[in-house]
Design a binder for this molecule. Structure first.
Ligand SMILES: CC(=O)N[C@H](C=O)[C@@H](O)[C@H](O)[C@H](O)CO
Ligand SMILES: CC(=O)C(=O)O
Length: 307
């Protein structure tokens, strides 16, 4: 049984994968990255090899090296290292899950396979169950990101019916979608099960907090973690006016970048500026964004006092 101590609460940074100009992964800066997150942003948990980390663009060997390095560097500095082990290939996902267990990752997470897609909820559960079974003592989080997986017809409220009997290690959901009806009903219906619901659309986290979110996993907590923590604290003290003020400020940033193009290339560049750690370019098919655009983003962030 999970003790409440192991439950994920608060903010989790969805990390980027540091890369070198030649395209190789750069393990050598992960120690510094951990220090930066915990000391500068006050973020003490990480989600590695996920979307922001270009997890599905990495080789299995690279994913293993990265998760090993994160777990190693996190000792004594971070609370939780959650490793995304999802893959289009069940066998590869199982291998990564077993590896995460071996290196003592705190939790694993799996998104739905998105090329040959599960035709229905039961097929998805069967896939998740097999992966989870490869790490039978590691807490398991389902990673819901329908816009990217293309699996938009499966509601999480329905997916979770009886899930503990099928996936004994099931612990919660990383919910990266704007559907607050589905999210709210997950929190409400499964309260007695003590699942953990972590919200993943950073632009509207306050809405999810109002629905009872237990925390958040997102790419922007790499650089506005500290500000977001102030919003969480204000919400906690029921100072909604202050919480809104902070969310609105962050939304000014989101509104600007989303209009002009916002994704992993920009995220890597912003973190590089914020942390002074070179995160490098993204891997193809993603492309570096232009210096001109990045200069504008940084100027906007400074204007909003987010950098
Ligand atoms: C699609 C995507 O990458 N979503 C991230 C996590 O789920 C978020 O953290 C976003 O990057 C963030 O909300 C900005 O849109
Ligand atoms: C954004 C997110 O949570 C991920 O990178 O997987």
């Amino acid at each position: 049984m999970e003790s409440s101590q192991n439950k994920i609460r608060g903010l989790v940074a969805a990390t980027v994968t540091p890369m070198m100009e030649d395209g190789k992964i750069n393990l050598s800066v992960i120690g510094q990255y951990v220090d930066y997150l915990s000391n500068v942003q006050g973020v003490r948990s990480v989600f590695v090899n996920g979307t922001t980390a270009e997890g599905l663009s990495l080789t299995t060997e690279e994913r293993k090296q990265l998760s090993e390095e994160w777990v190693k560097q996190a000792v004594g500095k971070l609370d939780q290292v959650i490793v995304h082990v999802g893959s289009l290939c069940l066998k590869e996902a199982e291998e990564l899950a077993a590896h995460a267990a071996e290196i003592k990752a705190d939790a694993i997470s799996v998104m739905a396979p998105s090329f040959l897609k599960p035709p229905n909820k039961d097929a998805l559960i069967s896939f998740l169950r097999e992966v989870a079974a490869a790490a039978p003592s590691v807490p398991f989080y389902y990673y819901h990101i329908p816009k990217l997986t293309g699996i938009t017809a499966i509601r999480i409220e329905d997916l979770l019916v009886g899930i503990k009997s099928k996936i004994p290690t099931f612990q919660g959901v990383k919910f990266s979608d704007t559907d607050l009806l589905d999210f709210g009903q997950c929190v409400h219906k499964y309260e007695s099960e003590q699942f953990t619901f972590l919200y993943g659309v950073d632009e509207q986290l306050l809405g999810a907090l109002a629905m009872g979110s237990h925390g958040a996993i997102g790419s922007t907590y790499n650089y506005i973690g500290k500000t977001t923590k102030e919003m969480l604290a204000a919400f906690e003290c029921k100072d909604l006016e202050k919480a809104r003020k902070i969310q609105f400020l962050m939304q000014e940033f989101f509104s600007y970048v989303i209009r002009h193009g916002f994704g992993i290339p920009e995220t890597k560049a912003i973190i590089s500026v914020a942390s002074n750690i070179p995160m490098g370019p993204p891997r193809l098919p993603l492309q570096k964004s232009s210096d001109e655009y990045l200069t504008k983003i940084i100027a906007q962030m400074k204007r909003l006092a987010l950098l």
